[in-house]
Design a binder for this molecule. Structure first.
Ligand SMILES: Nc1ncnc2c1ncn2[C@@H]1O[C@H](COP(=O)(O)OP(=O)(O)OP(=O)(O)O)[C@@H](O)[C@H]1O
Length: 529
């Protein structure tokens, strides 16, 4: 594995600009290689990097691995290093009321003078800005916070594969003249961190996301006036990030002068940390409060970060009062967010909150067909159905599977058909089929609702048992290949109509009850490991 990783790293080092290689590939550590399953596990130092690397480099690493091992290899990313620590709120625990003055305590050890965060361990650490600070230059600080807001911080956005990044979150501070250079040299996409590839045009719509898409379009057409904030939530890989980039791209297309900024919440935390280190909150505010559109992704990362929440609160108030648009994504709906101040939660709730659900079969098929077409390798419909039937959880997983099938067919010189899909996805399919059994579901749901597993088969019908049992039946139908009678049998010999009733009831209820839907997401993710 080490030999492979060395070769892989060398290959990528040759292929990528040095900043990208240092920022994204160098920090990766191979963890284990499961020879029989053909699965290589690789650790990334934080979630932001993990997601980025997964979205942008996974395919390439897998193809290098396929060449090296002479067979398809699946690369799985996982988290490695501890999370960042943000500065304390200025004076009190309850955060939002107290703005300026960094506090004492841990913060007291922060530098008295602004300095370049060269030793930064914050999660948003990224590469230097588009090669302008390539590491050979000494990091200099011209003003307390001159970098990120003229040449914005690395927000984790994806610019058509051209990863730009700023100093906030970067391993180094901007060079002395970065401000003027960046103003001239960087275009709108570098400033906004928008990914030009994520648009409304290539966002496939279905029941699962039509409301969210309609709201997003409405907001893109009438920013600041229709729904403010727009709060989109849903499980991993369901298209939240795609949709908010689409809004940003649409707004920029309509008005190239619009001040748009996409930022991942972890990066915002990192910006707060830097503003604190450099005593540069004025500049921080000037930048964030002057945007026309702020797109902030995965707000759940603000959990427990009081100072960040406070700064965000002020940015929020400033922008909304100026009728500037804010769009937020999260893995859950506002009231369910843990460790977030109530005042923020009530503000998140004050605009429009929309869920994005896992895609239904037809939508999964449509997504696969569209993605394959974009790749220039049309996929026969029966293959799209085959993949979509077996992989149900999210779009990212579908994309990964499609990449595998296309690479496998190319590598083995075979025409794409269901047999190729079966071979290419063998490991993936056997893992997911093997893991999720009805027994597994019964146990997981019973644990989740704190009832006995035996209640899954019993005839008892109090509500606190009946509902989890119906949920378990629903999940059994969704996540296994069992028929309704088979499921009924495994639930204490119940009739298939009882199972059908449960499946219909839960699938309808989850579209209306956000809390239930969230619990189902958690259960689905748990079961899928
Ligand atoms: N409806 C869709 N149509 C086309 N592509 C989609 C759709 N939904 C998601 N995708 C693609 O799936 C991938 C994952 O989507 P995205 O990153 O937007 O998910 P997310 O909900 O933000 O996930 P996370 O919570 O993990 O950040 C992206 O490549 C995105 O383009």
């Amino acid at each position: 594995m080490e030999d492979f990783w060395q070769t892989c790293a060398q290959t990528l080092e040759r292929e990528l600009p040095p900043q990208q290689f240092s920022a994204w590939i160098r920090p990766l550590v191979p963890v284990a290689f499961d020879e029989s399953a053909g699965v290589l596990r690789v650790a990334a130092p934080n979630r932001f990097k993990m997601d980025w690397v997964r979205s942008n480099y996974c395919g390439r690493i897998e193809s290098i691995a396929a060449e090296w091992f002479q067979r398809p290899i699946q690369v799985k990313f996982e988290l490695d290093a501890p999370r960042a620590v943000e500065p304390p709120p200025p004076r009190s625990q309850n955060g939002l009321q107290h703005l300026q003055q960094p506090s004492q305590g841990r913060g007291a050890s922060a530098p008295a003078q602004p300095r370049a965060p060269q030793q930064s361990t914050y999660p948003g650490d990224g590469p230097s800005y588009n090669g302008q600070n390539n590491g050979s230059l000494p990091a200099q600080q011209t003003g307390p916070y001159s970098g990120p807001y003229t040449g914005p911080s690395n927000g984790g956005a994806q610019h058509g594969g051209q990863q730009g990044s700023g100093d906030a979150g970067g391993a180094r501070a901007p060079v002395h003249n970065a401000k003027s250079d960046l103003n001239e040299a960087t275009g709108i996409y570098e400033r906004s961190r928008l990914n030009v590839d994520l648009t409304f045009d290539n966002f496939v719509t279905g029941k699962a996301n039509q409301l969210a898409r309609a709201a997003a379009l409405q907001v893109a057409e009438n920013p600041g006036t229709s729904y403010n904030p727009l709060f989109l939530y849903g499980g991993v890989g369901l298209g939240k990030t795609h949709l908010i980039h689409a809004i940003g791209n649409s707004m920029v297309a309509d008005n190239s002068g619009a001040r748009v900024r996409y930022i991942h919440a972890e990066q915002f935390v990192s910006d707060v940390v830097k503003a604190y280190q450099r005593k540069a909150f004025d500049e921080f505010k000037r930048y964030y409060h002057s945007l026309d559109l702020l797109l902030i992704d995965d707000i759940q990362f603000f959990s427990g970060k009081n100072r960040t929440q406070e700064e965000f609160f002020y940015a929020f108030e400033a922008l909304v009062s100026l009728r500037k648009q804010i769009i937020i994504t999260s893995d859950t709906y506002p009231k369910e967010l843990a460790g977030i101040d109530d005042r923020l939660i009530s503000r998140f709730d004050s605009g429009l909150t929309c869920a994005i659900e896992p895609p239904e079969l037809e939508m999964r098929v449509a997504i696969l067909l569209k993605k394959a077409e974009t790749e220039g390798m049309p996929l026969p419909e029966e293959c799209a159905f085959f993949i979509a039937k077996h992989l149900r959880s999210n779009v990212r997983e579908l994309e990964g599977a499609l990449r595998k099938v296309l690479a496998y067919a190319k590598f083995h010189g075979r025409a794409i058909g269901v047999e190729v899909c079966k071979d290419a996805l063998k490991d993936l399919l056997s893992v997911s089929n093997g893991q999720i059994t009805v027994e597994n579901i019964q146990k997981t749901v019973a644990d989740f609702y704190k009832i006995k597993v035996a209640d899954m088969y019993s005839k008892r019908r109090p509500a606190n048992i009946a509902l989890p049992r119906q949920i378990a039946m629903y999940l059994a139908k969704e996540l296994t290949q069992k028929s309704l009678p088979e499921i009924g049998e495994l639930f204490g010999g119940r009739d298939h109509t009882t199972v059908l009733h449960a499946v219909r009831k839960i699938s309808e209820a989850r579209t209306k009850q956000a809390e239930l839907n969230h619990s189902l997401h958690v259960l689905e993710q748990t079961l899928k490991g």
